[in-house]
Design a protein around this ligand. Structure first.
Ligand code: NAP
Length: 248
């Protein structure tokens, strides 16, 4: 019987895979059989070492999403790509009354503009080759909730499920299935400040039915599923992987 979760023979590109959630996604996709391009602005040696040590295949690609159109042009020309994971993301914190244009633009460029134009590049790449593919965009709890002091992050992540649905509408019949994953509170560099704040940490844990922070590897399995044949009739969905946070 064929394994509907296998990614054997697939080439995946994961942005921001040198650390955190992106690293865990890259490792999980490789464990399911995909060859992974770790697309980063920082060195991805650690991720590549973990994957190759486990018998998988991975390579590194320099990709800085602060210049979204330059990054997209690079992705458009990669041959044989099948899976795209738009994971890289940044956050800036300031009260709404003090929020700066720089903090708005930097976050929107990486989290939303680069995400969309890299999807566009991936779509052009797939259609040019007459191939099929899967896109997974990383959303957030702030795709559904307002958050506090993170205006550009909330704006960018609120846009992710919308663009994911738009792309599904345009591309589902053309062989690309586009979905998103909304991670809950995951223990990474991104959330170090929250984990270290005893008041915020307790408030967060009190609301999570699973009673723990998520691990980056909790997101990896969801990514494998959405990239696999098992998810071929799932289009435009945002899968919450949050220990039940949004169920509260
Ligand atoms: P992280 O540990 O801070 O990693 C962020 C990744 O994005 C890093 O690889 C980083 O590269 C990369 N990145 C940032 N700016 C970039 C740029 N200009 N060009 C290329 N890469 C860039 O964060 P994480 O927690 O793993 O988050 C990964 C994704 O999940 C993000 O989209 C985040 O919003 C989302 N998310 C996280 C949580 C959570 O609880 N952790 C919850 C919901 C959603 P560098 O190492 O070079 O900075």
């Amino acid at each position: 019987m064929s394994d509907i979760f296998s990614l054997d023979g697939k080439l995946a590109l994961v942005t921001g895979s040198n650390t955190g959630i992106g690293q865990a996604i890259a490792i999980s996709l490789a464990a399911a059989g995909a060859e992974v391009i770790c697309a980063n602005r920082s060195n991805a040696d650690e991720t590549i070492k973990i994957i190759t040590k486990a018998g998988g295949k991975a390579s590194s690609l320099q990709l800085d999403l602060s210049d979204p159109m330059k990054a997209a042009a690079i992705v458009e020309n990669i041959e044989e790509l099948n899976i795209l994971v738009n994971n890289a993301g940044i956050i800036r914190r300031a009260d709404a009354v003090d929020f700066t244009e720089a903090d708005w633009d930097e976050v929107m460029d990486v989290n939303l503009k680069a995400m969309f134009f890299i999807c566009q590049a991936f779509g052009r790449n797939i259609f040019k080759r007459g191939a099929t593919g899967s896109i997974i965009n990383i959303a957030s709890m702030l795709s559904f909730q307002g958050g506090i002091r993170v205006a550009s992050y909330t704006a960018s992540k609120s846009g992710v499920p919308g663009l994911t649905k738009l792309l599904a509408n345009e591309w589902a019949a053309k062989g690309i299935n586009t979905n998103a994953i909304a991670p809950g509170y995951i223990a990474t560099n991104n959330t170090k400040a929250l984990q270290a704040d005893p008041v915020r940490n307790k408030a967060i844990l009190d609301r999570i039915p699973a009673e723990r922070w998520g691990e980056p590897s909790d997101i990896g399995g969801a990514a494998v599923f959405l990239a696999s044949k098992a998810a071929q009739y799932i289009n435009g969905a945002t899968l919450n992987v949050d220990g039940g946070w949004l169920a509260r």
